[in-house]
Design a protein around this ligand. Sequence first.
Ligand SMILES: Nc1ncnc2c1ncn2[C@@H]1O[C@H](COP(=O)(O)OP(=O)(O)OP(=O)(O)O)[C@@H](O)[C@H]1O
Ligand SMILES: [Mg+2]
Length: 254
Amino acid sequence: MAGKGGAGKTTISATLARLAARSGRPVVALDADANPNLSTALGMSPDVAAGLGPVPASLVSRRIGGAGLNQPIDDVLNRYTGTGPDGVRLLGMGAPAHADEGCLCSAHAVVSALLEDLGAPERFVVVDMEASPEHLSRGTVRHVDAICLVAEPYYRSLETVRRMAALVAELPVPWVAVVANKVRSAQDEEAVREFCDRHSFSLAGVVPWNDEVVAADRARVPVVEWPPAHSVVAALTDLAGELDRSVRSASTAG
Ligand SMILES: Nc1ncnc2c1ncn2[C@@H]1O[C@H](COP(=O)(O)OP(=O)(O)OP(=O)(O)O)[C@@H](O)[C@H]1O
Ligand SMILES: [Mg+2]
């Protein structure tokens, strides 16, 4: 999930992760934001989340063609994931511990190496990116099967998607589409559709605005466990189906 700050990347990542886990798939959620929030959105207990360290850079070796894990992925998962509701396993990129710490190069190398090895036929891996285009410009997410560009129906959010789509087009990612979030009216939806048509982007999902998503957030309850937010969960269930169909066929075609 990529997109402008506040577009809904974490909410959507967490909900898709929980829905996939409920459908019986093994799920790994990767919090690739240096300002991590995914554990709360997944409903992970604060104790488990507090014990989650980032995967250390020492598990990654530099090689020609990019960084790679120097240990089997299953060992890394067993050691560094925490398990949340519905059995979702969470991996963290980690937050900077100190001011003036320097760049995030090694954290990006870790995320990239993890993504290269996380692919397994039935495993659903969702990556919650940060708002900056850095995961794209660095190629950190080059190994994913799909990128959803999450857009709110206003100009600056759509502009961000347009810029990010240009970066995605230079990566070997087989499938990319826009997901409209916080859609309050037919006009909102039309604005996103018109934007997608104009730029020849696919629109994979339209998620309505629902005040109860904010209420769930305030109560620190995952959206999927908050019945009044059902309109959003229903739209994301549709998106999950669309992702499954399109990504499988894009991978087969590739
Ligand atoms: N469909 C929706 N209806 C109403 N509020 C929503 C909806 N989706 C997300 N929100 C709210 O918008 C805010 C931002 O959502 P979220 O944290 O998921 O965005 P983000 O893209 O991950 O942000 P950041 O760039 O800071 O990581 C939260 O308060 C969330 O509850
Ligand atoms: Mg977020």
